[in-house]
Design a protein around this ligand. Structure first.
Ligand SMILES: Nc1ncnc2c1ncn2[C@@H]1O[C@H](COP(=O)(O)OP(=O)(O)OP(=O)(O)O)[C@@H](O)[C@H]1O
Length: 509
């Protein structure tokens, strides 16, 4: 299929405001895509490259290249060029990359160049596009969107499932199941303001300790254990003690969901999140890092046990399975509340005790709820003493004085209903020297425009922000701004589409 077709539909989708109109345009294109190119076409329209981020800087993309007069470029040819680009290494790499990019842009018409620049630069608005692309595939294949969404979550790749369902119809969906060794998007939680509010919303539920560490999904098949992060990256090699422990558990085939934390050698209290994050992030000399900060996983869910997929079992039954596999000392602390009215005081006491042990808060889970992979549902509710927001960095200002040479003052945005972002304020508070160095490097990679003072970036980096409330402000697009915002931590483990929406921000305060 010609890239021109993809670029045209992408433009038309952008110009159409009704969701049904967007879906129809995409469905027509997907139905017309040849089987061997369907995955690529879906991927491009969801704003993604199968190669991930090939590291093409905005300066390289901004360079003018004379366009081709006629469209001849196919999506397969684009894919091959990006693969070559991503593989270039060693001496002369920069010139070779330039050559590949010039050849690619030179083979594209003006309209195709525009699309390529946004695709390669990661500038296509992702969150909304993913969902719209999914609707388009469902309509083209004649399958329910919900069934397709679930299959894509289980498989981990919408383009792959899309290609199968476009070729084989609904039958392909039945074949998608959870497989050991294939990570699945974890279930996420919503926020409640208090334990009482969460109990009222959920009814019979489990109240669990909310540990502040790194989410891990542990897959075991015989002696093979793999550990994945929340963003589905494999980190087995960095956490040898987790793999060793999983090998010691009763079953020899399972998928467990849990949180890894470190404990202080002196008093056993949990160490700050940053220390665990830096331990998990360190790839070199894992053994030395392990001696400095050994970590322990605490599990709270099980998704596969033996040859059974447990996602559709309710919490109470999954927990019984977890109990059979994982010894109590490696499960999160938990209180079962069958009767919220009678056990309210007990639940409050569990919350107080959990906080006094140095944990972040509690997580309440409806006892009859299933595991909704990849969803931020209403069946898991977290309660924390300090309310925080996850916001996306839209731009950053260059520092001055002691911060000269560093990217410092962050422009923070919440997601809007149309797939964009509304800026809610700026802050440089709470950033340690190490965080400043880290964000300068990361935001440098995400830069798309630089006027010498403010660097606009691709909206990808999520930061966790504490704040004292909202104030009216006509200068900001949502009509409100954050008061006393400060950065608690960077959240490279989160995607922009996991960030808070303007709606939740307004509802939170
Ligand atoms: N008992 C628990 N059950 C589920 N998740 C837990 C538990 N204890 C700790 N967690 C962590 O809490 C996270 C769920 O909260 P949420 O979905 O809001 O993600 P989050 O935004 O990363 O959380 P937060 O920002 O509050 O740390 C999980 O991803 C997991 O890492």
């Amino acid at each position: 299929m010609l890239l021109a077709e993809v670029a045209r539909v992408s433009r038309e989708v952008g110009e159409t405001s009704a969701r049904s109109g967007k879906t129809a345009l995409l469905a027509e294109l997907f139905a017309a895509a040849p089987a061997e190119e369907a995955a690529l076409v879906v991927s491009y329209l969801a704003g993604r490259l199968p190669q991930g981020r090939p590291g093409i800087g905005w300066r390289a993309l901004a360079q003018e290249t004379p366009p081709a007069a006629e469209p001849t470029l196919t999506v397969t040819a684009v894919d091959e060029a990006v693969t070559r680009f991503a593989a270039v290494a060693g001496a002369g790499a920069q010139a070779e990359r330039r050559r590949i990019l010039d050849a690619l842009l030179g083979a594209a018409t003006e309209a195709e160049q525009r699309f390529l620049r946004s695709l390669l630069g990661g500038e296509v608005r992702q969150g909304a596009l993913d969902a719209v692309a999914l609707d388009g595939v469902a309509a083209a294949a004649g399958v329910p969107a919900a069934a397709l969404r679930r299959a894509a979550m289980l498989d981990g790749s919408l383009p792959r499932v899309a290609a199968a369902v476009l070729a084989e119809g609904a039958a392909a969906l039945r074949e998608v199941t959870l497989r050991v060794g294939q990570p699945v998007q974890p279930m996420l939680a919503n926020t409640a303001k208090s334990v009482a509010e969460a109990l009222a919303a959920l009814g019979p539920c489990a109240v669990e300790e909310k540990l502040d560490g790194i989410r891990v999904q542990v897959h075991r098949e015989g002696d093979h254990v793999r550990v994945y992060t929340r963003s589905l990256d494999e980190i087995t090699g960095r956490l040898p003690e987790v793999a060793e422990l999983a090998r010691s558990f009763a079953g020899d085939r399972f998928i467990l969901d849990g949180e890894v934390i470190g404990r202080s050698a002196a008093d056993g209290r949990p160490v700050p999140f940053q220390e665990v994050a830096s331990r998990v992030g360190s790839r070199t000399d894992v053994e030395a890092a392990r001696r400095t900060l050994p970590v322990v996983p605490y599990f709270f869910d099980v998704l596969v046990a033996g040859d059974r997929v447990l996602l559709d079992l309710p919490v109470r039954e999954r927990y019984a399975e977890l109990t059979a596999l994982v010894p109590e000392e490696f499960r999160v602390g938990r209180l079962v509340v069958e009767d919220p009215a009678a056990q309210a005081a007990e639940a409050e006491e569990f919350w107080t005790r959990t906080l006094s042990r140095g944990h972040e808060g509690v997580m309440l889970k409806a006892l009859d709820s299933v595991y909704a992979a990849g969803r931020r549902g209403k069946h898991w509710l977290k309660v924390k003493p300090v309310h925080t927001l996850d916001l996306v960095v839209l731009a950053v200002e260059r520092g001055h004085g002691r911060r000269t040479g560093l990217l410092s003052n962050l422009h923070l945005g919440a997601r809007t209903a149309d797939g964009g972002y509304a800026m809610l304020g700026k802050t440089f508070k709470g950033l340690t020297d190490e965080m400043l160095r880290w964000q300068t490097e990361r935001l440098g990679e995400l830069a798309v425009e630089d006027d010498g003072y403010t660097v606009r970036v691709r909206p990808e980096l999520v930061v966790e922000i504490a704040y004292d409330g909202l104030q009216r402000s006509p200068r900001y697009p949502a009509g409100v701004a954050l008061r006393f915002a400060r950065v608690l931590r960077h959240r490279p483990d989160k995607r922009a589409q996991d960030a808070d929406t303007v709606e939740t921000v307004l509802g939170a305060t």
